[in-house]
Design a protein around this ligand. Structure first.
Ligand code: UDP
Ligand code: MG
Length: 317
């Protein structure tokens, strides 16, 4: 029996994309020789998305629908889809036809070669060059450097992976893009293939440049948790000692200038300001990290979902 595929698509105000998307998926998936399901997650849309995906689900029972109570964001919506999925292979993608279902066989071929995770690479990305493509390039380079998992395009939603690699992972923030990194750190074989990217025809993108910033902040959390979650003291303690050493150094330097050169910085606010702003900045970053750990505890230990389901269709087993 070939592996079952679960195509997972978060949708937020995509009313005009539903029918063409379904038509494309239907054409591609039918010919693959795999059993499959399409999970459409309505992430609290305020347009006609809800009614239109329900209509598709009534027509075709391989289409399963999850309506979330409100808009939770793309990552939690994807998590809702993953939780509903019954397939062995999960294939998330965008619902705005920017990803092309015709690329799915390409991804599956890589899984057949023995990889556990295949990530799409939008080699020729059709988004706003200044607002999206450039910052995203920079973020990708940074993620590659910091994570040590060498991919070109972490942000591409179109991916394929074996179900096991996501077991026990809870996604929130912008973290769906870190799935390959998480998997690689667990020992999974990760690769990428170039995929087609289309400009958006119907509806509007929900994101701007601020998304790149969120991604970078999420990256810091992921890296931090990987390295220091066991022994935060190595990091905080090291920082604390370095900071104390620095302040002593300043003090000795100023003392030296005063005693031997009779030169005083004390009257100027400058040294104080530099030191203070530096320390306040760094402390703020670490406060952020502590908050992130608390968030993680909050999300993971309480078993509190990052999304709330309103109702489903075709999801009863
Ligand atoms: N999306 C979602 N919830 C949101 C924002 C977006 O489910 O709060 C979905 C959206 O409908 C689309 C996918 O996530 O299917 C990617 O969103 P978008 O096309 O706006 O992102 P971009 O392609 O501009 O990065
Ligand atoms: Mg898009």
């Amino acid at each position: 029996m070939p592996d079952m595929l679960s195509i997972i698509i978060p949708l937020y105000n995509e009313e005009d994309n539903i029918e063409p998307l379904y038509a494309k998926l239907d054409a591609v998936l039918g010919s693959l020789g795999h059993p499959y399901e399409v999970i459409l997650v309505n992430d609290g849309s305020t347009d006609d998305t809800r009614a239109r995906i329900d209509a598709v689900a009534v027509r075709d029972e391989v289409v399963r629908v999850v309506h979330l109570r409100r808009n939770f964001g793309q990552t939690p919506a994807m998590m809702a889809g993953i939780d509903a999925a019954r397939g062995d292979i999960l294939i998330p993608m965008d619902g705005d036809l920017q990803n092309d279902p015709a690329d799915i066989p390409k991804l599956l071929a890589k899984l057949d070669e023995g990889f556990d995770v295949v990530s799409g690479w939008r080699k020729d990305r059709k988004d706003n060059p200044i607002k999206r493509n450039l910052p995203s390039r920079m973020a990708n380079a940074l993620i590659s450097f910091i994570s040590g998992v060498r991919l070109h395009d972490y942000g591409c939603s179109l991916k394929a992976y074996r179900r096991d690699i996501i077991k026990g992972v809870k996604l929130y923030g912008e973290m769906h893009r870190f799935i390959p990194i998480h998997a690689a750190w667990q020992g999974a074989r990760v690769t990428e293939v170039s995929v087609t990217h289309h400009p958006r025809i119907h509806g509007a993108s929900k994101y701007g440049i601020e998304r790149t910033l969120k991604v970078i902040l999420d990256l810091m959390t992921v890296k931090f948790l990987d390295k220091y979650a066991q022994k935060p003291m190595y990091l905080f303690g090291g920082f604390g000692l370095a900071s104390i050493a620095l302040s002593m150094l300043f003090f000795v330097f100023m003392l030296y200038c005063k005693i031997f050169l009779n030169k005083s910085f004390i009257e100027t606010p400058l040294p104080l300001a530099v030191v203070m702003f530096m320390l306040i900045g760094i402390v703020a970053v670490f406060m952020g990290l502590i908050a992130e750990i608390l968030m993680r505890t909050y999300h993971e230990s309480q078993d509190k979902p990052t999304y709330i389901v309103d109702c489903t269709r075709n999801c009863k087993d």
